[in-house]
Design a protein around this ligand. Structure first.
Ligand SMILES: Cc1cc2nc3c(=O)[nH]c(=O)nc-3n(C[C@H](O)[C@H](O)[C@H](O)COP(=O)(O)OP(=O)(O)OC[C@H]3O[C@@H](n4cnc5c(N)ncnc54)[C@H](O)[C@@H]3O)c2cc1C
Length: 456
């Protein structure tokens, strides 16, 4: 690690971006008038995967990615790195809102998504620090444990395979010394990766396919013309046939038709990472399977080990702001709570220092369900609403978007999130903020109720 962590934190870098070290972005798009076949706005997992797959399908097409900052600046370079099957907020919420059949289809899509990422990494030898470790979902209180048992039954039914295992307190304790964890569901087919290394490997793969990637190039205009679409940057006008809007949590600020801006709101989630543990400390707490862990609170905590021997933990609470400005990178309050949670979970590690803290924005919509929408018609395609569960989803979405652009009728394009009837965010920043705040206070209420015994 070449840089100073304090400087990196002040520059809103994630631990993964900091660990990467000096990064040399591609040059910005030039000035003047150009034409392309497909322009992709946003250089995260969605944009880079869609670009690579479109180019692989049609090598003759000119496919251009425009990224306002650098590749992986958004959630894709700062997430927990869980390659997992969780869709939307919770399977129970999807079931209640969309019914059995669609919940099963969503689960099948997510299982395919996890395999898609794993296969991509293995087939191309990507340096993403990928480990197929499996994942735990844990309960702390008795009420949470009872709900976890129901979730286990539901997941076992909808997943159509035996990849879930229920672990009682003893089984949990035999694998990890975290006395507050009372029960867990183990899901075998999940993994962890280094998100920043991965997104930059996706950049390399896309460029090797012939995709043109420009960084520090913000898109400020998107309009229809008589002959196609026009994308504007500060210095250039690009005409093209298709546009993919892959701006995720920034989409409410995107140029173009109003439908792009009213799909979602940004919600901020935060992470901390410890200093490295010694081998004695690892022996004390176990965690030999290196599985990733989420709890089953409404405001989940997510935690995992890193390749460099640390523990990172995130979530627990969120931030949003009235103006929906993209500036909530820091939250001392949430970081403090995360640190307390870390010490509560792992009492033997109470003395460990927190080495790095960061935050990032996820895209949340009102019905907590991901969406791939046509803006006007199929020439402009947009993906949004992945909440905090987009590592696998966004990459398979990239393949799905390539099918849409090729005009294919495929099992992917028949997935019901494509051009689904979505609830738009209320007009105006204030109403959107109130919508998010209302949902979040209901979820906080559930957590308080279910965790009363832990406070007693
Ligand atoms: C802290 C955190 C932890 C998370 N943990 C997990 C996890 O463990 N597992 C999981 O499944 N999901 C997780 N997620 C969610 C997951 O990271 C995202 O769903 C996923 O990375 C979204 O990818 P994306 O490509 O759609 O968007 P992003 O990666 O956000 O990319 C959008 C890009 O668009 C660019 N952009 C915006 N506006 C413009 C413009 N006008 N012109 C050009 N470019 C523009 C941005 O700069 C940005 O780089 C987490 C997210 C966060 C923030």
């Amino acid at each position: 690690m070449r840089n100073d962590p304090l400087v990196a934190m002040n520059q809103n870098q994630s631990f993964w971006q900091f660990k990467w070290g000096d990064y040399r972005p591609n040059k910005p798009f030039g000035s003047g008038r150009y034409s392309a076949d497909v322009v992709i706005i946003g250089g995260g997992y969605t944009g880079l995967t869609a670009a690579r797959e479109i180019k692989a399908d049609a090598p003759h097409k000119r496919v251009v990615v425009l990224e306002a900052r650098e590749i992986g600046f958004g959630a894709s370079g700062r997430n927990g790195g869980f390659n997992m099957t969780l869709f939307g907020l919770e399977p129970e919420v999807t079931l209640m809102r969309w019914g059995r059949q669609r919940t099963e289809q969503a689960q099948a899509y997510m299982q395919k998504a996890v395999a898609f990422v794993k296969d991509l990494i293995e087939d191309n030898n990507l340096d993403s620090d990928y480990e197929h470790t499996g994942m735990w979902r844990v309960a702390y209180s008795d009420k949470q444990r009872k709900r976890l048992e129901k979730t286990y039954s539901l997941l076992s039914e909808i997943s159509g395979r035996k990849s879930f295992e229920y672990l009682d307190a003893r089984a949990v304790a035999s694998k990890l010394s975290a006395p507050q964890m009372r029960a867990a569901i183990f899901e075998k087919e999940c993994g962890i990766l280094d998100p920043c290394k991965h997104v930059r490997e996706l950049k390399r793969l896309a460029m090797e396919c012939g995709v043109e990637i420009f960084e520090n190039t913000e898109v400020i205009g998107l309009s229809r013309t008589d002959t196609g679409l026009r994308v504007q940057t500060h210095d250039a006008n690009i005409t093209c046939e298709n546009v993919v809007v892959a701006t995720n949590a920034w989409s409410h600020q995107s140029p173009g038709p109003r439908k792009i801006r009213n799909r979602q709101s940004p919600v901020w989630t935060y992470q901390i990472v410890s200093e490295p543990l010694t081998s004695e400390e690892w022996q004390q707490i176990g965690w030999s399977g290196r599985m990733s862990i989420e709890d089953n609170r409404q405001f989940v905590h997510y935690m995992r080990v890193t390749k460099c021997g640390r523990i990172t933990i995130g979530g627990g609470d969120i931030e949003a702001d009235i103006g929906r400005r993209m500036h909530r990178w820091h939250s001392e309050q949430v970081w403090d709570r995360l640190e307390k949670h870390f010490r509560w979970l792992f009492p033997t590690l109470r003395h460990k220092k927190i080495a790095f803290k960061w935050g990032g924005a996820v895209s949340v919509n009102l019905d907590m369900t991901p969406e791939i929408s046509f803006i006007g018609d199929e020439r402009i395609i947009m993906a949004s609403g992945c909440i905090g569960h987009g590592v696998s989803l966004t990459q398979l979405n990239g393949r799905l978007i390539a099918d849409l652009i090729a005009g294919k009728d495929s099992p992917l394009t028949r997935f019901w999130i494509v051009n689904r009837r979505a609830v738009p965010m209320p007009p105006g920043n204030l109403l959107s903020y109130i919508g998010i705040k209302t949902i979040s206070s209901i979820l906080h209420g559930v957590d308080r109720y279910e965790e009363r015994e832990l406070r007693g």
